[in-house]
Design a binder for this molecule. Structure first.
Ligand SMILES: *Cc1c(COP(=O)(O)O)cnc(C)c1O
Length: 424
């Protein structure tokens, strides 16, 4: 199936007389005839369900669709994008280890790595997404276990040179994890450029309607853990909690990462997605290909319009000719990037506030990537604690407006933006 068909039909094929839509299996637990049957599940000797914190059929159908969309061999859902990124990293690094990460990433992920994982004894070196190969290579230590970046960073809208980061990661025998939330597999499939693990905040375009918080992790199934067994004891040496199973041996390159992540991390840390949410996520996925295309068309039209306005100081949008990331976007995102644009008004912070107050269709929200247009001034909201200098350092100067363009009518959106600009 091509990607448009996978959006609609991937992950679940009903048998004769079975429900056409994926069933919501609203059950914490599953029944077995004998203790021996259940014992096999606990020993990872048989496939099946026993408790919805670990696995649930509804979630598995949706995870399978996301795996197909990304071109991976295995996937799992999580309760949020934060959980997806934490699990993906913590699955292969522990106290004493080290991460190399792009500095241009979502604020929540930055905090997760720089503050919370640091408290767990995991160190990080941040590198600019624009760093040269030499600069990236210099960030590695003998304890580095992974490289992390975002295809299109939220909110800086930088584009990751996935091939370059993958090359550096593989030269050091570690995988590249890419958060593909903003691009979605419709616009970019990081595995095709060398990424090994992909994560998503499904809360954004995949759900697409601002309905459910969720996340996903997908494995490409190509990283050879056993070839680097000394680095990844969690995957390559026996796990006593499952009678000495060695994940990389028993489940191979295709299954080891997601199996371990499910049966260890989800078992111990929770953060599971509810089957109800997974069902809603699947409804979103059924139209992902249509919505993402429309988001991108609308956003490009708005970016072009803004760029031409006298009151606008600058526009950041990688699909817009002349943008700093235009060439990289042409390589990795030739069919469109995302619906999120950021821009600054010559009138500064006050003009930003006036503009946003006067928008009628674009609501002020701490959200992006849903069907409805919304906007945010990071300086007065998400980055409120920073002073003007720190705001510039963080890539979100005081006047910056982040606008997430929805799938409304393009003419209506431009008319709304135009009337709000007139008041500035
Ligand atoms: C929103 C977001 C996250 C966090 O996801 P939640 O679902 O809010 O936990 C992670 N990465 C990116 C790129 C995001 O935009």
């Amino acid at each position: 199936m091509k990607i448009n068909s996978i959006c609609v039909q991937g992950g679940y094929t009903p048998g004769n007389g079975e429900p056409r839509q994926i069933p919501i299996v609203q059950s914490t637990t599953f029944k077995y005839d004998t203790s021996e049957d259940m014992g096999k599940l606990f020993d990872l000797e048989a496939d099946g369900y026993f408790y919805s914190r670990l696995q649930n059929p509804t979630n598995d159908y949706v995870a399978a669709k996301i795996a197909q969309l990304e071109g991976g061999t295995a996937a799992m859902l999580t309760g949020s994008g934060q959980a997806a990124n934490f699990f993906a990293m913590f699955n292969i690094c522990e106290c004493g280890d080290h991460i190399v990460s792009s500095s241009s990433i979502y604020g929540g992920t930055f905090n997760l790595i720089a503050v919370t994982m640091k408290k767990m004894g995991i160190d990080v070196t941040f590198v600019s997404p624009d760093a040269s190969e030499d600069e990236i290579n210099a960030a590695f230590t003998d304890k580095t276990k992974l490289v992390f970046g975002e295809t299109i960073a939220n909110p800086a809208l930088t584009v990751l040179d996935i091939e370059k980061f993958a090359k550096c990661a593989h030269a050091h025998g570690v995988p590249l994890i890419v958060d593909n939330t903003f691009a979605t597999p419709i616009n970019c499939r990081p595995f095709e450029w060398g990424a090994d693990i992909v994560t998503h905040s499904t809360t954004k375009y995949m759900d697409g309607h601002g309905a459910c918080v969720g996340g996903a992790i997908v494995d490409h199934g190509s990283f050879d853990w056993m070839a680097h067994a000394d680095k990844y004891p969690g995957l390559c040496t026996p796990d006593d909690s499952y009678h000495g199973v060695v994940y990389a041996e028993k489940f191979g390159k295709e299954g080891a990462f997601i199996t371990k992540c499910t049966v260890q991390l989800m078992r111990d840390l929770g953060s599971v997605q509810s089957p109800q949410s997974a069902f809603m996520l699947n409804l979103g996925l059924e139209s992902l290909h249509l919505r993402v295309k429309r988001h991108c068309e609308n956003a490009l039209a708005v970016a072009k319009y803004l760029k031409a306005q006298e009151k606008v100081a600058y526009v950041n949008y990688c699909s817009l000719e002349g943008d700093k990331y235009y060439e990289l976007a042409q390589k990795y995102l030739p069919n469109g990037s995302c619906g999120v644009i950021s821009f600054g008004l010559k009138g500064g912070r006050d003009a930003a506030s006036t503009f946003m107050k006067n928008l009628k269709m674009g609501a002020i929200e701490t959200h992006v990537a849903d069907a409805r247009t919304c906007c945010l001034n990071p300086a007065t909201s998400t980055h409120r604690q920073l002073n003007d200098e720190q705001l510039i350092e963080a890539g979100v100067p005081a006047e910056l407006i982040r606008i997430s363009i929805g799938i409304e009518d393009e003419e209506d959106l431009i008319a709304d933006i135009s009337q709000a600009l007139e008041k500035c």
